[in-house]
Design a protein around this ligand. Sequence first.
Ligand code: NAP
Length: 284
Amino acid sequence: MIKAAGVMGFPISHSLSPRLHGYWIKKYGLEATYVAWEVPPERLAAKLKNLPDLLGENGELFRGTNLTIPLKEKALEIVDIVEEDARAIGAINTVVVEGDGLLIGRNTDGIGFIDSLAEKIDVADFKGKTALVLGAGGAAKAIVFALIKMGFAKILITNRTRTRAEELADHLTDGTEVLDWDERESVLSQVSLVVNTTSLGMKGQPALEMSLQGLKAGAVVTDIVYTPLKTGLLLEAEKNGFVAVDGLGMLLHQAKAGFEAWFGVRPEVDADLREFVLQGLADK
Ligand SMILES: NC(=O)c1ccc[n+]([C@@H]2O[C@H](COP(=O)([O-])OP(=O)(O)OC[C@H]3O[C@@H](n4cnc5c(N)ncnc54)[C@H](OP(=O)(O)O)[C@@H]3O)[C@@H](O)[C@H]2O)c1
């Protein structure tokens, strides 16, 4: 039986998931396919419900799908079972079709973020420390969830629109505190991890105005924006001797759990994969 999975989004042509999963399918010599579907939000329920009965062009059976913007939140009311991580984050990025046809919704963004940091540092060292999160959009929910999982004692959240930061803090209570956007540099001496989850610094977007003067010695700086790979924030971090972690790792690591559930192989994130996906980014 040939297994298949895909990614649904609207639009979908920007997605790197087919390239990423296609690389692993080839690397592990699997009889499998991974496709991209453009699905308008109003068609999501029908598309997902049909997945267990869908046959691919070569008779492939669909084992699940990834979901991307703007479908991640809507899927919560459609799948049969929502796993704990997805419920806490409030979004689903991976759907797995169980043997009985039930649809299971997961969120692997938080664990992808943790695994990406773990490539460079021992994340256990963050236990009891303070983190600063810039931004309170869709991606920030998964990041704050991951920080709670990592054992941070305090998570400071700042966002241009303060009410969104407050909503995020209320949703994921433990140890969160909201700051005004203008206060973002004033807390750096307490902070062991800085995470940019805003779209600032992304190609085509304004720069992130953020000096790292006064950041605690030994702190880690990470940016989930990955176009460009080295954002202004990461360049500033490296210049000042801080460990800098780019956003591509999160994108690659979040994909592992879905691939394993659909195709039965735990894939690896390595330098060759990074290079291959980066080439795809350059072509977009
Ligand atoms: N590495 C990965 O795997 C990964 C995964 C997901 C997302 N991302 C990246 O993360 C970024 C955010 O994605 P998202 O889905 O969270 O987007 P989103 O829901 O639209 O949130 C955007 C965030 O950026 C802030 N922002 C936008 N323009 C701003 C400005 N001029 N000044 C200050 N803040 C501004 C917004 O603040 P307001 O609330 O005030 O509007 C909000 O906090 C994107 O670059 C995306 O590509 C990366």
